[in-house]
Design a protein around this ligand. Structure first.
Ligand code: DGL
Length: 420
């Protein structure tokens, strides 16, 4: 068993190496999945670049909302403490949602982690590069600004790709900061200071990686805290339903109740001594459904079997806030924050979304025009001249009405930027 696992790890490391070499051998950034490596010529040029944020879909917009609105630092002294000015007010962001290839959380269950890891590295390459597709037409443009930092605003992508993205950026010699959401989530648990058990709600892939129990245990342990009971529940449906994907026909509330019930049942089976208190929203889509999830736990608490297992008031941990703080501190440490009076090369934020590249020979689509599910989950890595998806500007009109409504209601700063 150990040998098989080692072989799989070596194989996926080799796939990342292939893509790293592909980028190295196309330094002008004109080919698909490549980067113009001259974009970070000096610290001054780098400082003026925007910050990239990516997720498998719209869920990472919850992290972008935190980045756009956080005021946890004094912008002049860089010390903790609000100063009435958003911490990233001068900076600009490029958001990318790889919606055509999502759910990311379901690749591990079909043993396609190798392809998922390649998708994650391609997401980073897109943000680093200048190449993007127009909404109409079949020729890529080369006017997208590269980025000075990458926020992996996806728990599944952080679990499977953070190390690869960091390794790749180092291999290409780029002065680019890479931040993920999982360590930030674990810090959020520590800072929540709550008693009781911890429940992780995440994708099946994130749960399979065990990244949260491991990171939370280490973080609490290092801070001298005892580690309470931690249970996980991997959802195959909730992120898709939040996206408004028609493959998930039930309401968000209905899926939220199923996941809350399954998490509580797992908690009960682990024979806890305290009630379940802290719920980690370990998928960036889930903060969009926090109300529905909390309502589900409140409903379960009314059932005799679950009453004593669930705390009366739950603490929700959304890793977005700690992620934003980590990015601020990393940029400050690297002296990559814009100085007073300086401005980004981009006047306003940009948003991109992947869609099927229907002209590509061999692509297989389902009835509603999305990638066919069997096709999507059977692809193998290493084909860098084949683009079955393309990244185009994201506008509210491209979002299913249900997810557009969620963003409008719950992420007002993002919505304002999206509508421009
Ligand atoms: N937003 C992703 C996360 O945080 C999950 C959604 C998906 O499965 O693609 O894990």
């Amino acid at each position: 068993m150990k040998t098989i696992t080692t072989l799989i790890l070596l194989a996926t490391a080799a796939q990342a190496a292939d893509l790293i070499d592909h980028v190295r051998s196309h330094p002008d950034g004109k080919a698909a999945f490549t980067v113009d490596t001259t974009a970070w010529s000096d610290a001054d040029a780098t400082r003026h670049l925007p910050i990239g944020v990516f997720d498998s879909g719209i869920g990472g917009l919850t992290v972008l909302e935190a980045l756009l609105t956080m005021d946890a630092f004094d912008n002049n002294t860089l010390q903790p403490g609000a100063d009435g000015v958003p911490d990233f007010a001068q900076e600009r962001f490029i958001y990318f949602g790889d919606q055509a290839n999502m759910p990311y959380g379901n690749y591990s269950a079909v043993q396609r982690t190798d392809y998922l890891k390649e998708l994650i590295l391609k997401d980073a390459i897109f943000l680093l590069g200048r190449r993007a597709w127009p909404a109409e037409g079949d020729t890529p443009h080369y006017d997208k600004p590269p980025v000075k930092a990458i926020v992996i605003a996806c728990n599944t992508a952080t679990a499977y790709g953070l190390e690869d993205v960091r390794k790749a950026v180092a291999a290409w010699g780029l002065p680019v900061i890479v931040v993920g959401v999982v360590e930030a989530g674990a810090r959020g648990v520590l800072e929540s200071n709550s008693d009781g058990g911890i429940g992780i709600l995440a994708t099946v892939g994130t749960c399979a990686s065990k990244v949260y129990p491991r990171t939370i245990s280490t973080t609490l342990g290092r801070a001298g805290h005892s580690v309470p009971l931690i249970v996980q529940q991997g959802s195959t449906t909730l992120a898709g339903a939040i996206e408004g994907d028609t493959a998930f026909p039930e309401s968000v509330s209905s899926y939220a109740l199923k996941e809350a019930r399954a998490l509580t049942a797992a908690y009960s089976a682990a024979k806890p001594r305290q009630p379940l208190q802290t719920i980690v929203l370990g998928c960036t889509h889930f903060p969009l459904a926090q109300d529905e999830i909390d309502t589900a736990f409140a409903a379960l608490r009314k059932e005799d079997a679950y009453h004593d297992l669930i705390a009366e008031h739950r603490t929700f941990v959304n890793p977005a806030q700690s992620t934003a703080r980590e990015l601020f501190q990393e940029l400050a440490r690297a002296k990559l924050r814009l100085k007073p009076g300086e401005s980004c090369v981009m006047e306003r934020g940009l948003f991109y979304l992947s869609v099927p590249h229907v002209e590509e020979v061999g692509i297989q689509l389902s009835g509603d025009g999305s990638l066919d599910k069997d096709y999507k989950y059977s692809r193998s890595p290493g084909h860098f001249d084949f683009e079955d998806t393309k990244n185009i500007p994201l506008t509210p009109a491209l979002m299913p009405p249900a997810s557009a409504r969620l963003v409008k209601e719950r992420l007002p700063a993002v919505w304002k930027g999206l509508k421009k």
